[in-house]
Design a protein around this ligand. Sequence first.
Ligand code: R5P
Length: 303
Amino acid sequence: MAGGSWSAVVPGVDEASGEVARGVAGRLGASLCSVHFKRFPDGEEYVRVEGCSLRGSDAVVVQTMAKPQSSSLVTAMILADAVRGLGAERVALVAPYMAYARQDRVFLEGEPVSVRAALKALYAAGYDVLVTVEIHKEESLRFFPGRSYNVYPYIELAKAGGVECPGDVIVAPDLGALRRAEKLASSLGCRYGHLVKERDRVTGEVRLKGARVDASGARVFIIDDIVSTGGTIALASRALLDAGARSVSVLVAHYLGLPGAGEKLRSSGVSRVYAANTLPRSRDDIVEYVDVSGLIAEVLREA
Ligand code: R5P
């Protein structure tokens, strides 16, 4: 069935989901439901969807996979069940940040493909359509049996960051992110390159092993999907400044920003981080947020 008929938007239970839900509902001209949320004394979650009519509708649930990620995943699942129970016929999940996406293959024997388990569970819970922002590896969406869309936020982030081409250089912190850098740089007309990062699969420790980019004298924008501990970007920033970069800023889809991340970035010389509003806002004042609800609404109109 062709899209464009989303008439109701159900906000998830954290502030980032609420913000994106309001933005999407406004742009689609859809009504915004409300959700009553509580936890039972044993910690289990309870939701009740109110304030809108869903019978026979095409409805959108916006629930990002904020920390604690496993709990957000369950929230998204029970919201689907509630929305189906109220008679919605077609249900889309907007998960601005899709958790478990980095475990997208078996690195060590005995591990799961966690993103496959999560996407199958969301489909089984009742979602026909999935819209997410930068899912680490777009190929992972094949594990969702319904229609799925991956929103690419970097052009908006680059605009917010004032990227100027051909002078500025876009740098991927590792080979895995090179496609991202190449795509953004080609659409803007910038130079690009990547660093060589090695991660110890058992301890998680990362090391830089080299650079395939000339950043000397240039303003550098590091592009990555996630800042979590800030370790990857901090290493990259130091290496680029040591190699003569004039300044280092960051374009990142998801700022998870674990405690200490902002300070780590600042002390490694990062000037500013431009992040999409896919997760609850961090107090780290190095981060500037960019609203991506317009991009999400555009995708939903086609879905
Ligand atoms: C790795 O594959 C990801 O793209 C990110 O570079 C990484 O997960 C960032 O994590 P952290 O901020 O903890 O270094």
